[in-house]
Design a protein. Sequence first.
Length: 282
Amino acid sequence: MNILVIGGSRNIGYHTAVRFLEAGHHVTFLLRKLSVFDNDEIIKKFVGLKKAHLVQGDALIKADVDRAWKAAAANVETGLVDVLLFTVGATASQGKFHITKGVLISPPNLVTNALINALSTLPSPHPKIITISSTGVTRSSKAALPCPIRMLYSYLLRAPHRDKRGAERLAAHVAGWNWDPNDFGELGEDILDSAEKWKETPGLPAPGSVKDILVVRPAFLTDGECMADKVKDQPSSEAPYRVSEEEFTAWTVSRKDVAHFIFDAVLHHWDKFGSKRINIGY
């Protein structure tokens, strides 16, 4: 398979990309700084094998994203990109802590803007799309969270979650999913304009025209080990994480286990998980 990763310099995007590379697939990274992998022996190995490809650019610049699509397509004989792994999130330099507002990111619609650039430059035929959101972005999902996590989200991650909701609004639009503003709440003009002029973005796919999109909503993310790898060789083993379209109570999940789920879903269970919003947690 041929995969474009936007937001893959670290965390879920990185761990998932490495899984694809180790399985023999082509992975193209759109990176603001190519130097991010200068000391990464894993990525350097696959660059040497011409399996990993690095493109410098900014996901907030539409022309850079379009160039990344073209670069990824040029890496295989078919000229097609099979998967978009979109895992953009704020880095430490893009976020700051406010005593009353929690974590603030700049721009406040970082993820939303980057996703609209990716969607409005989609090649044809459309690839499978995976984008990362979070549990607790809707009122109903927040109600299912453990109380301490719910309080943490309401305070510390209030602003990043508004941005995640903006990205989910875009996904719902192109996938043709129902959007309940009462459950998702108001996004705010700094995320998406209420007049919905964003729907007129040149190149943005028509409502319901993107069928292969998976929104992954992890529980509170940790840097723990991949528990799924530890049990894979045990008889009758099942993944130690839970996944469901329905809300369920979960405290945490490791980024490496989310990567395990994405890799497995794309390669083996897309008929089950594609075109859905999936919650994941322990």
